[in-house]
Design a protein around this ligand. Structure first.
Ligand SMILES: NC(=O)c1ccc[n+]([C@@H]2O[C@H](COP(=O)([O-])OP(=O)(O)OC[C@H]3O[C@@H](n4cnc5c(N)ncnc54)[C@H](OP(=O)(O)O)[C@@H]3O)[C@@H](O)[C@H]2O)c1
Length: 345
């Protein structure tokens, strides 16, 4: 059975829309799958709902009594290893699937090889369908997995003139409620939320992800504190629902490696200026979320400090990827400019 590449791309786009139902957090990628008959009709849909739950292919297979003779269209190469669930390649072979179409190869050291396993079993396999779109969709997870370090988002809020606080250190509230709510949603889309000891000692933040009414959101990122000073025994962070990772370290690369080892793929850095600057100086930032409030503060309390730029040729050029109005504030999303040679990953 063969299908035109147009049909495969259309089916893959549908599988991609299913993938979006899955969570961003939990260490696994968002994956979607459709099972298709010889006429190109979708007979089952599946998607991955997070670590420890069935993968998209197995979810789709579970919806029908028999998949004999069907084609599976899946956004990520079927995995080939037994983790908390069994290998999807084996499940597809056992179910009698005759053709597998996927978009992006699995970059995992232990989970890749599913395509080869399927081919060895006589299944027709085609990779790379709609690869660019799927790559863009799971870019943070792919980046983290390929390089063995979590995807790092740094967020700060500042006045239009780039100040995070007034000269006396007072900073609440520069931004409005829409911005604050968005930050809570971004926390909930992260595996970990990271701050320096300076912020813990100055603000005693709770760092929970909360809804409009102050209620806890279903997913809470684990708080991570970097810096050598201890977190006070009475700190609110000590009663965080996701626990607390106290690193007692300023070695950010080592901290990130440790977080990756714990299955953390998305880290949300909420400051303060000292830690944000150290992440930038170290070339460890993948994405910037900069909230600008329409106010002017002036003075010495800049949102970030020294990032190792001594002369203009060393500036860190960014590419703006999104701009959003949130009430009176503006959110700028930026990533490292591909034309920049001063920072890379
Ligand atoms: N506007 C915003 O978006 C925002 C966000 C958060 C905080 N803030 C404000 O920022 C202020 C605190 O500023 P801050 O700069 O002191 O806070 P910070 O960045 O949270 O903490 C700085 C401390 O982090 C530790 N650290 C860990 N790794 C480091 C590294 N690689 N390089 C340097 N230091 C490292 C050091 O403490 P050790 O001595 O313990 O190692 C350092 O003194 C507060 O007033 C808070 O309200 C503003």
């Amino acid at each position: 059975m063969t299908q035109s590449s147009v049909t495969d791309a259309t089916l893959m786009r549908h599988a991609l829309s299913l993938a979006a139902h899955g969570p961003l957090t939990g260490g696994n990628p968002q994956v979607g799958c459709v099972l298709v008959d010889a006429h190109g009709t979708i007979v089952a849909e599946g998607w991955h709902r997070g670590a420890g739950t069935p993968h998209a292919e197995v979810d789709a297979l579970s919806k029908i009594p028999s998949a004999a003779g069907l084609t599976a269209v899946v956004t990520l190469e079927p995995c080939n290893h037994t983790g908390r669930t069994g290998p999807c390649s084996t499940a597809l072979i056992a179910a009698g699937v005759v053709r597998v179409v996927y978009a992006v190869s699995d970059p995992g050291a232990t989970s890749s090889g599913g395509a080869d396993h399927l081919r060895e079993a006589g299944v027709e396999v085609e990779g790379g369908v709609l690869a660019a779109e799927v790559e863009a969709f799971i870019h943070p997870w792919l980046t983290a997995t390929r390089r063995g370090r979590p995807w790092v988002t740094v967020k700060w809020a500042s006045s239009l003139d780039g100040r995070a606080a007034a000269a006396d250190g007072t900073s609440q509230w520069i931004t409005g409620t829409a911005t604050r709510q968005r930050v809570h949603e971004q926390r909930a889309d992260s595996d970990a939320i990271l701050v320096g000891t300076g912020t813990v000692l100055a603000d005693d933040p709770s760092l929970t992800a909360r809804g409009d009414g102050g209620e806890l959101m279903p997913h809470q990122p684990v708080p991570v504190v970097v810096g050598e000073r201890p977190v006070p025994q009475a700190a609110k962070l000590r009663s965080h629902p996701a626990g607390l990772i106290e690193t007692h370290s300023r070695d950010l690369e080592q901290v990130l490696a440790g977080l990756f080892g714990r299955g953390i793929r998305r880290v949300f850095v909420e400051g303060g200026p000292g830690v944000a600057s150290a992440f930038i100086a170290g070339g460890l930032v993948d994405e910037y979320l900069v909230y600008l409030a329409p106010t002017l503060i002036g003075g010495p309390k800049t949102a970030i400090g020294d990032i190792g730029v001594g002369t203009i040729g060393e500036q860190r050029r960014l590419a703006i990827t999104a701009i959003e109005r949130l009430g009176d504030d503006i959110l700028l999303v930026a990533r490292v400019s591909t034309s920049s040679t001063s920072e890379g990953f």
